[in-house]
Ligand binder design. Structure first.
Ligand code: ACM
Ligand code: ZN
Length: 550
């Protein structure tokens, strides 16, 4: 009979043998499939064997280089169970990932070279290094994350890459439904994976005010809670209170988390429309002073802030002062969309303002608001972005126009010499249906915007060379009237945001068939991270039907 001690020692021996043998070599991927598409990829024979012991060698960089390296540490930690060592050195080392400075490269640009002796990442600054690491993660076989890997083969290659557009954005609406700090951070990780560099955070709405403002506590005490939400498309009311907001500490946390992923958070404070929640908190801001409730229906509301009153400007300036303290972004988005003029037409204070300022009509009154708020922000070193309605009634040269009602508004703004961010609902609205088979989809706002249509977007269409210079970039917009949970938010975002990210990063080289093939690899990564994404765009019958109907 074998004694207990022998059993124990036998099992210890077999455990040791197992540990020595089960650390696998994960073979390299067959091809290098990166989304968004790099500017150039050249492959050669051989591979580098990435191991837990492969250090990152940092030969230059400011404190933000740590953010890029931290990202890679997270990846290697996941694969090998421990983070790579970081070595500060004057010169590159063998069998390492060497980060070297190349001053000739542009902002966000990088060069990634892999051969059997090591990996070299060249960039001018940390954001380029971060994007090289994002590319490197996509080059890893997904099996590397799932196997008990000891070595992961990375194919020898040289990748030269840089973005086409400087602004690559995503808008996330918190007003209609709010998402947790962790969910917003998860979305930031998804954006970073796509080399998106702006999160436009829509924080105020008729149906809810979502950011703590110390000087106006009722904005969140009262304005962050609605007593009920619509059922269906305003077909009924659920009768359940709904609310939430971000404290200033939470906002700082999100802004920092995004900064560590080279994403600037641009806050949006809606001025002067979409403000019923603010009016519910501070009724004096309205034309009539009436006490309203936070809106409980979706749509455009006639009840807007009264620019006839100086109080309104004091309010906006106070709010923006706190907002500027929280967000270091160059741009502040001041809304400006869907502001009905019904109340202003009947309001003595608004009409007096129109007369006193020599304005022609209510459209010019909104332009007066935009210009005055812009001047305040400019005086504090910031610039404004506004939805394309800011073109009505005259716009200053310095305002950036976010085209949403169609590319035509972006074209109009570019012809006027204004900077433009293209996010037309024809191609970039992520709340629209992704299939015609709507019966089998969760309820959405409507429309039909399949993956191919997002991909086909051409932000330069109908613009001459001179006008093209005014297009800063593109943005996908996720409005959340019908999106009340984060899984659904991911489903609507992916993979259309992958397509929009590729329009932004790879405009001059995009190719839909190649995109679909490369998405085959990226969706494996989505699966690995547990992201929910829509598969209709990968269904060839549906894609063919979408393309026939165009
Ligand atoms: C918008 O969709 N109202 C900008
Ligand atoms: Zn008024």
């Amino acid at each position: 009979m074998i004694k207990l001690k022998s059993i124990l020692s036998l099992s210890l021996v077999s455990a040791a043998l197992l540990a020595a043998s089960c650390g696998k070599t994960v073979p390299a991927e067959q091809s290098i499939d990166i989304v968004p598409l790099p500017a150039s990829v050249t492959t050669s024979d051989g591979a580098f064997m990435l191991k837990a012991s492969t250090p990152v060698v940092q030969t230059f960089g400011d404190e933000s280089m740590a953010y890029a390296i931290n990202f890679w540490n997270g990846v290697t930690g996941e694969i090998f169970g421990r983070e790579a060592e970081t070595i500060q050195a004057e010169a590159p080392l063998k069998r390492a990932i060497n980060i070297i400075c190349d001053e000739s490269l542009g902002d966000e640009q990088y060069r990634l070279k892999v051969d059997a002796s090591g990996i070299e990442i060249a960039a001018k600054q940390a954001n380029g290094v971060f994007y090289a690491f994002q590319t490197l993660r996509q080059m890893l076989p997904v099996a590397a994350f799932e196997a008990d890997a000891a070595r992961v083969a990375i194919p020898a290659c040289e990748i030269n890459d840089k973005p086409y557009f400087a602004y690559r954005g995503f808008m996330f609406d918190m007003g209609r439904h709010i998402f947790s700090v962790d969910e917003v951070k998860d979305m930031i990780d998804i954006l970073a994976m796509h080399k998106v560099n702006r999160l436009h955070w829509h924080l105020t709405e008729d149906q809810g005010w979502r950011i703590e403002i110390k000087k106006y506590p009722r904005l969140t005490e009262v304005g962050s809670i609605r007593k009920s939400s619509p059922i269906g498309r305003n077909e009924g009311q659920d009768g359940k209170p709904y609310g939430g907001f971000f404290t200033q500490d939470q906002v700082r946390d999100v802004v920092q988390y995004a900064a560590e992923r080279f994403i600037t958070v641009i806050p949006e404070i809606e001025i002067p429309g979409h403000s019923v929640a603010a009016l519910a908190a501070y009724p004096d801001l309205g034309c009539t002073g009436e006490q309203y409730e936070v809106a409980t229906r979706w749509g455009v509301d006639d009840r807007v802030i009264c620019p006839g009153k100086e109080l309104a400007f004091t309010f906006w300036e106070d709010v923006l002062t706190e907002v500027m303290e929280l967000f270091p972004s160059e741009y502040i988005h001041i809304g400006g969309d869907e502001c009905p003029k019904t109340m202003w037409k009947k309001c003595p204070a608004c009409q007096k303002r129109i007369r006193q300022e020599g304005l022609k009509n209510e459209a010019e009154l909104q332009a007066y608001v935009t210009k005055r708020v812009e001047k305040f922000l400019n005086d504090h070193g910031r610039k404004i972005i506004g939805w394309d309605e800011i073109l009505e009634g005259g716009v200053t040269q310095s305002a950036t126009v976010m085209a949403w009602r169609g590319p035509g508004y972006g074209i109009q703004a570019a012809k006027l010499g204004n900077h433009v961010i293209m996010s037309p609902n024809s191609n970039c609205y992520l709340d629209y249906y992704q299939t015609r088979d709507v019966e089998n989809e969760p309820l959405a706002i409507g429309g039909y915007l399949p993956l191919e249509t997002s991909y086909a977007f051409d932000p330069y269409k109908q613009l001459n060379e001179e006008e093209r210079k005014f297009i800063l970039g593109v943005q996908g917009n996720l409005w959340t009237e019908y999106i009340d949970n984060y899984e659904y938010a991911q489903y609507m975002t992916l993979p259309r945001m992958s397509a929009i990210a590729e329009v932004g990063w790879s405009y001059d080289r995009k190719d839909y068939d190649s995109f679909l093939k490369r998405m085959g690899h990226l969706t494996q990564l989505f699966d690995h991270y547990g992201y929910t994404y829509c598969k209709h765009g990968f269904n060839t019958e549906e894609a063919a039907a979408a393309s026939d109907k165009k």
